[in-house]
Design a protein around this ligand. Sequence first.
Ligand code: CDP
Length: 807
Amino acid sequence: MNDMTPTSAERALKLEGMGCKRKRVEDIRFTQGKGNYVDDLKLPGMLYGDFNRSPHGHARIKKIDTTKAAAVPGVVAVITAETLKTVNLAWMPTLAGDTQMVLADGKVLFQNQEVAFVIAEDRYTAADAADLVEVEYEALPVNVDPLKAMAPNAPMIREDLKDKTDGAHGKRKHYNHIFSWQAGDKAAADAAFQKAEVTIREMIVYPRVHPCPLETCQCVASFDKIKGELTLWGTFQAPHVIRTVGSLISKIPEHKIHVIAPDIGGGFGNKVGAYPGYICSIVASIVTGRPVKWVEDRIENLSTTAFARDFYMDVEIAATKDGKVTGLRCYTIADHGAFDACANATKWPAGLFSIISGSYDFPAAHCLVDGVYTNKAPGGVAYRCSFRVTEAAYAIERAMDIMAQKLGMDPAEFRMKNLIRREQFPYTSAFGWQYDSGDYQTAMNKAMESVDYKKLRDEQKTKREAFKRGETRELMGIGVAFFTEIVGAGPSRACDILGIAMFDSAEIRIHPTGSGICRLGTKSQGQGHETTYAQIIATELGLPADNIMVEEGNTDTAPYGLGTYGSRSTPVSGAATAMACRKIKAKAQMIAAYMLEVHDDDLEWDVDRFRVRGNPERFKTMTELAWAAYHEVPPGMEPGLEAINYYDPPNFTFPFGAYICVVNVDVDTGQTKVRRFYALDDCGTRINPMIIEGQIHGGLTEAFAIAMGQEIHYDDDGNVTTASFMDYFLPTAVETPHWETDWTTTPSPHHPIGAKGVGESPNVGGVPCFSNAVNDAFGFLGSTHIQMPHDNWRTWTAAEKLGLHAE
Ligand code: CDP
């Protein structure tokens, strides 16, 4: 080796593997307007579909007349439920074991429900004609309040289920009841409350919100009558699931369905499920023999495709006087809208909500969730969260603050006292989850030191005194949140969708020249998968990340996988990628041993090569071995250098974080200024720190949006009053605060590269942190809980209730 020979460290740097702030390769096309989205697709003879939708929240349909719509020049067909019945597609199964109307059948159950689908030569004609579909309605009583859904005289939402005493998850208690689901030990929790020295109880509402991907839901269906094959391009977070569901519904054999998800402009859970737009486009293509495009507009997106949250959580904590938690109980009513189309693993109708004991060592806990039908749009997706984890994190983090307030303890100190200790990992929670790894105290200490927590509290004390003296009309709030997530669905023993275990997959082909392609069952919607999966391969195989192409989203070429949502890509497919690499590496080692005429065991790995132990001058680089795999394999060995892995994770991963937020609230206007937001995340091994930072920034911005303004609101007549960005808060760069990010690294012991998911964390931790900050501002005046969203009006109202506006 001479002085010019690169060292191992220098060679490792050149690979741009794990830990490198590699620039996003996909941005080359995105920043130049060269992305390929569904709406970019133009096929010869393509038609366009648009919906006529219900103006009512609940109404019987007496008559639908499509004559005028069908007569509009350029209209090719108009589809109603009656048309769909002829092909047995008027209703479709949901992911949650329910059935859902594709087009309104007999009555409408929520405002903007799909009633008729008009197919025309262009989008504008389709939209104009959709307005000409004449529907005679008879209005019915509406219920949009989940707390009234099981009242004896509540309007019956689902007449089709009237006589069904059993649902997908057991007995139904009422005609508007969907399921009851519970976890933990009720007797133990009740006993803890009987003995408790101090208890708190609060109804904590996480309002209905909606993910806001820049690109709405859309598809193009093209049925080839000659071949009997359907090609479906769409904004699908889970293309293989769409293919399987599509085959089950349409009876088209699965191998004759080609599902392609091209570039996707954000998903956040909104693009997991199957929507009437997809089914109608498929039927329309079969009927007309031409490709059909359906593109949702913003109002349709906000008011009809999958919502998130809508959880009403009655939370109780029991504790000792000196601040040790002893018990947790939570009874939740979950509003699922008119159909149960919640995207959850089959066994978990309330998702992973039983992570509600959070980061704290609760000896006893119990939760019970009742799902109910109301006159609202269906859904219940994990908007930047892992299956109801953000609801759980919000409930526990607010409740911990409320208990700290009652005990007269500082909320950070109260958390510190109850955090699961490092030596308790792997830790089994009172709900039975086994948390894989954590070092919570270190994270919390680092967060508190970084923001100089003590100084902030001193400043707050001074300001409160000034407020009491009438010298200022501003209150200072400090929000603390410590969250534990559960991501990486999931182990097949716990998680499946429609009976398909939630494994995921990676197939890697290394070409003779040492470049390669990796195909996966996941699908990026902006998370940078093309960049980061290549980094895992670079480190595992010693090939430059730039030499690896990553491809997702085509069911014809990708191995079967369950898709991207709930931060499952890294925990599941990231692991599959590493495991496939290891198969390739094992084969390469045998080829190297053959070429170097040594035993396999005499070789050691050094960044990008196998070298002979004790004789490092004798080596074969991975690039050389790739070439050899195609012309010089040992006798009896198959040529080629490819591998596939289907990874069934042994457990979830449990990322965590400590967030601190400082706000100033003007009690006269209700305006809240975010002074500081510090986010420390621990996602185990970090693949690309720059992408992680981007994920945190995006998730925090969404958390800010939810906590400070987003709500899908219905009036008592079932009208959605927040169906456009005029009324539904979407922060721009102007409103978005500055984010300070930080990290600790506690690898997952069961993941091949120690990585945990990260994409959902900032939303899960961010929402309670903002809410705790606003609540903390008012806490010293006797307020215990102000409901989200903390927009100016609600904050002003909270101040009014506390008598702060009195003359
Ligand atoms: O499933 P999804 O891609 O939404 O979430 P994720 O697994 O949390 O990954 C989001 C992005 O962050 C991906 O590009 C990951 O490769 C990256 N990431 C990382 O660099 N290091 C981690 N420990 C976790 C995620």
